[in-house]
Design a protein around this ligand. Structure first.
Ligand code: MEV
Length: 328
């Protein structure tokens, strides 16, 4: 997690997948998230003068940062002020493998890597509370009023069971999960999706509460099946969760088509993951080989990217039609 070179320090975070419970978690129900090993690294190094940022989206002085990155600049300023350091003389270089706006926790992971990098650079210990309160600044810019699951998930190396009022607790899966993640190629908009559900809730709280409660029950059962290793049951819970997310209006045709394709290709279960309205879907497979096969079937129906991995290992494989390669 800690990497140094002369005059610089690097903070790291990984991506996350919400296995079950997204959206319902905003209304106080539990959700389960697991680490997804795509990484982001933020290298903090010495420079002279104004803070500079180097990233795929923007390179230049922090003052000129585009509006979609305001949360990041606020997070950097607050981290430096928290450490009583001047708002100058550093450069932050962000390198990320996590696609943006795909429900994979990119915004929380970038902020987490930056905060870790800044604390490492100044050789200061970072508590979980400090990390959360600083990342929350960036997250509230990115998502409005998030439940907080993303920032807990990108900072955890094990699956978490999360409730808004109670926070996160880690738990272990009895058996490895073989998962496929496929990108619909369309940017999802978590803020807009959360607002859409909120608007529907205002219009018809009874129906939305019923969906939210059913998702909460699905999540409780999913936790039992993961802890007990009954993965076939987990598959049908993922599928039920997807049906409920459709009722919330956060899926779309592309994601639904990918879910159907995964099931026809032998998946145990499949659903959208994260905010939805675009973004990614996940699939639970019986074996790693099945995961590879399903990922290729998803590419054939138009997924822009597909990865498969086991929760037991650190490796993640990106599928290509024709050949594939390990990326970390
Ligand atoms: C986004 O990854 C998960 C949502 O439930 C929003 C949130 O919990 O803040 C859609």
């Amino acid at each position: 997690m800690k990497m140094y070179s002369v005059g610089s320090a690097t903070g790291e975070a990984h991506s996350k997948l919400i296995l079950v419970g997204e959206h319902a978690v905003v209304y106080g129900q539990p959700a389960i998230a697991i680490p997804f090993p795509l990484k982001v690294r933020a290298q903090v190094s010495k420079s002279i003068g104004e803070i500079t940022i180097s990233s795929l989206l923007y390179t230049g002085n922090m003052e000129g940062i585009p509006s979609e990155m305001t949360g990041i600049s606020e997070c950097i300023k607050n981290a430096l002020m928290h450490l009583n350091k001047p708002l100058k003389d550093i450069n932050i270089t962000i390198r990320s493998e996590i696609p943006l706006g795909r429900g994979l926790g990119s915004s929380a992971a970038v902020a987490t890597a930056i905060v870790r990098g800044i604390f490492f650079y100044f050789n200061r210990t970072l508590t979980q509370e400090e990390l959360c309160s600083l990342v929350e600044i960036s997250e509230s810019h990115a998502h409005g009023k998030p439940s907080g699951i993303d920032m807990m998930a990108v900072a955890s190396n094990s699956p978490i069971y999360f409730k808004r009022q109670e926070g996160a607790c880690s738990f272990t899966a009895l058996k490895p999960l073989y998962l496929v993640v496929a990108d619909s190629g369309k940017i999802g908009d978590t803020r807009r999706a959360v607002e859409k559900v909120k608007k529907n809730h205002l219009a018809d709280s009874e129906s939305i509460d019923a969906v939210v409660n059913r998702i909460g029950e699905i999540t409780e059962k999913a936790r039992e099946t993961i802890s007990g290793g009954e993965l076939r049951n987990l598959g049908s819970l993922l599928h039920k969760n997807h049906e409920e997310l459709k009722l919330l209006g956060v899926s779309n045709e592309t994601i639904d088509r990918m879910v159907d394709t995964a099931m026809r290709a032998g998946a145990i279960g499949a659903k959208l993951t994260g905010g939805g309205m675009g973004g990614c879907m996940i699939t639970l497979a019986n074996t790693m080989a099945d995961g590879e096969y399903i990922s290729k079937e998803l590419l054939k129906v138009g997924a822009s990217k597909a990865w498969y991995f086991s929760t037991e290992g650190e490796e993640i494989y990106e599928s290509h039609l024709g050949n594939e390669g390990e990326i970390s």
